[in-house]
Design a protein around this ligand. Structure first.
Ligand code: ADP
Ligand code: MG
Length: 355
């Protein structure tokens, strides 16, 4: 069941030589009751896409649909959509309760309903005790809760959240991540959440749309995106990755060092293609010696990170590979700089990337 759909959405700002294509033919469907995250670096078009969905901005081309109906021409206040901004945008001279009830007052809802809904929303975000406080007297985290309660009060079908946690310090951000997940779960409202933080996206989302330069690069579950990135941008923006150039020869990926690696998902048309392989550092297995079925590598550097140790390796053709090894409880990783080791990559650990 689809809640929101962007169909070939294009948004250009400015004209002629100065035109910026903020969204370049974006198509995405967001399911009902889903926690969907738009993830990408600053300037990739995340806010623009949210603003098109909210109706603050008209697309240059394409359509926005809600519950299957074309709402492209509907003004923002006619859409069952609400937004939480990074800046909270609360009214400092109003109390917590007045802020939360504000949207309902604007909709001319009966006084009793405004009061009841406000109480329910304050309970939802655990701010009952602060109902009479001015929002200027609240901490950042409390203000964020008020902003959430206010946006949820009119019971929108879709809640848009534009980097709502980025102004909070790390500890509070972690707390609010859990809180947001709970709110989404309890209300069943479709959340479209924007962040540039890959860890936040991985831990919170049902599905993620990864964006870069005005385009959606990949859509999938956190696990899909992490384990099967479709291109180099996704593989390096989400988590870390080793990249190795290879050529497809007889259904396997041949490295510059001459080693052949079994890889999944190749078709006969791939034969002879030059490709890039992506391998997550934690998928690289090492053996203490260069055995028959391993790739010979030299340990260049060992960097201790606490729970794990990063081992920088060099292959015979000069390519570099990082292996992330679990640090032993005591002592060193049993490796030393200059040592020759064998590197093993399971077929499922190697992704063949498109452009
Ligand atoms: P994000 O939210 O991912 O950081 P934005 O959607 O804000 O990205 O911006 C995407 C691109 O569109 C950027 O290059 C930005 O400078 C440009 N842009 C956004 N809004 C405007 C505007 N009102 N006028 C001109 N350019 C804009
Ligand atoms: Mg933005």
């Amino acid at each position: 069941d689809i809640a929101v759909e962007a169909r070939n959405a294009v948004k250009t700002f400015g004209q002629g030589d100065h035109a910026v294509r903020a969204l370049d033919d974006v198509s995405v469907t967001i399911r009902k009751g889903e926690f969907f995250t738009l993830l990408g670096p600053s300037g990739c078009g995340k806010t623009t896409l949210l603003r098109l969905i909210a109706g603050f901005e008209m697309p240059t081309g394409g359509q926005i649909l809600l519950d299957g109906a074309d709402i492209t021409d509907l003004p923002p206040n006619k859409r069952p959509v609400n937004t939480v901004f990074q800046s909270y945008a609360l009214f400092p001279h109003l109390t917590v309760a007045e802020n939360v009830g504000f949207g309902l007052e604007m909709l001319n809802r009966p006084k009793a309903e405004v009061r009841q809904t406000t109480e329910r929303m304050l309970a939802l975000v655990k701010l009952e005790a602060l109902a009479g406080r001015k929002t200027s007297q609240l901490s950042g985290g409390q203000q964020q809760r008020v902003a959430l309660a206010r946006a949820l009060a009119p019971q929108p079908k879709v809640l848009l959240l534009d980097e709502p946690l980025s102004a909070l310090d790390l500890k509070l951000r972690k707390e609010m991540q859990t809180e947001l997940k709970r709110l989404q779960h309890e209300t069943g409202i479709t959340f479209i959440f924007v962040t540039h933080d890959q860890e936040e996206a991985l831990t919170m989302s049902d599905r993620i749309g990864v964006m870069s330069a005005g385009k959606i690069q990949q859509i999938g579950s956190p696990r899909d995106i992490y384990t099967r990135p479709v291109n180099r941008f996704v593989a390096s923006f989400i988590g870390e990755s080793n990249f190795l150039p290879a050529t497809i020869v007889q259904g396997a990926a041949r490295l510059g060092s001459g080693h052949s690696l079994a890889v999944e998902g190749l078709t006969p048309v791939d034969e002879g293609r030059k490709v890039t392989l992506a391998v997550r550092p934690e998928q690289v297995r090492l053996t203490a010696e260069d055995e028959a079925d391993t790739i010979r590598a030299t340990v260049r550097d060992l960097v201790y990170f606490g729970t794990d140790t990063h081992c920088h390796l060099m292959l015979s053709d000069g390519e570099e590979v990082v292996a992330r090894l679990q640090s032993p409880a005591s002592g060193d990783a049993g490796l030393s700089e200059g040592q020759i080791v064998g590197l093993r990559l399971a077929p499922g650990a190697v992704q063949v990337l498109g452009d």
